[in-house]
Design a protein around this ligand. Sequence first.
Ligand code: TXA
Ligand code: MG
Length: 320
Amino acid sequence: MTLVSKDITKAAAFLNNDELVSIPTETVYGLAANIFSETAINKIFEMKQRPLFNPLIVHTYSVEQLDKFVSYIPTKAKLLADAFWPGSLTMVLPKKSGVPDLVTAGKPTVGVRIPNHETTLELLQNLDFPLAAPSANPFGSISPTKASHVKNYFDGKLKMVLEGGSCQNGIESTIVGFENEEPVLYRLGSISIEEIESIVGSIKVKNNKEQAPDAPGMLSRHYAPETHTFLVDNVTEYVKNYPNKKVGVLLFSQKVSADNIVHTEILSKSGNLKEAAANLYATLHKLDTLDLDIIVAEKFPEYGLGKSINDRLLRATKKK
Ligand code: TXA
Ligand code: MG
């Protein structure tokens, strides 16, 4: 049985003992381990069935701590840190040699982030090491935004989920790297491109495998439900192709109707993209338990967090 508890001391004890603990963050739950424990880091890759070439994000609690594992911080990285940390931004920076290769998949850089979640910040302050933490889901499946999602994935295999409620932002951090001092966006996420650009000016986007073979998180099929899922412009028209199927629909704000729609989920009745993003994964988890034939999702507006939501839905609909 996996323990689900708010007990930070217990979580720290497991982590000090080379075990994994799932930690809450404001984006998604992470599967955390001591970055200096080879035993624990190996358990992450094993439990997630994650390929070793995919580097992990290092989580810490303050910018001062960065000095221990980052060798250089570009000027624009400092601006972004001031603007968004603690928060849903991961920056890929040149690493110090003390950061194990297993964590960074042998890269000369390390992805770092200060999460904005009280419980996990307190946990990090109680530890002598930072935590490597990918999202706490089996490789390729939907990321968890509630403790119960993590427990369903890893019950019995994982020692503990540190309970921290539902994740406020609900999709992963935005990842920014630097090429010749200039920021480049490697993964769309909880902070919109517009927000990043309001701090550092216009930035290059390399948000897929073709453009960024170096950011292996961008493998095309990811975040995917078991139920076959489609992303379309016009849900009402599209569901007509499946007259004899049990269809579930995932919509932004407006209801649609058709005889074969047996379940409807609306992500934000008021049309708020932040609220829609926060509800996205929990809703996909739910739709996946309803024994539907197919899920049809509506394309979101292509701005702000709408872009990040479309990115995740597109990857969720790629064939295996
Ligand atoms: O919101 C989040 O970022 C969550 C929470 C738990 O913090 N974590 C998360 O981790 O989404 P994960 O492992 O599912 O995705 C991290 C991605 C990797 O797929 C990888 O592509 C990228 O971050 N990454 C990490 N270190 C990198 C590096 N040194 N260079 C390029 N990409 C890196
Ligand atoms: Mg992930």
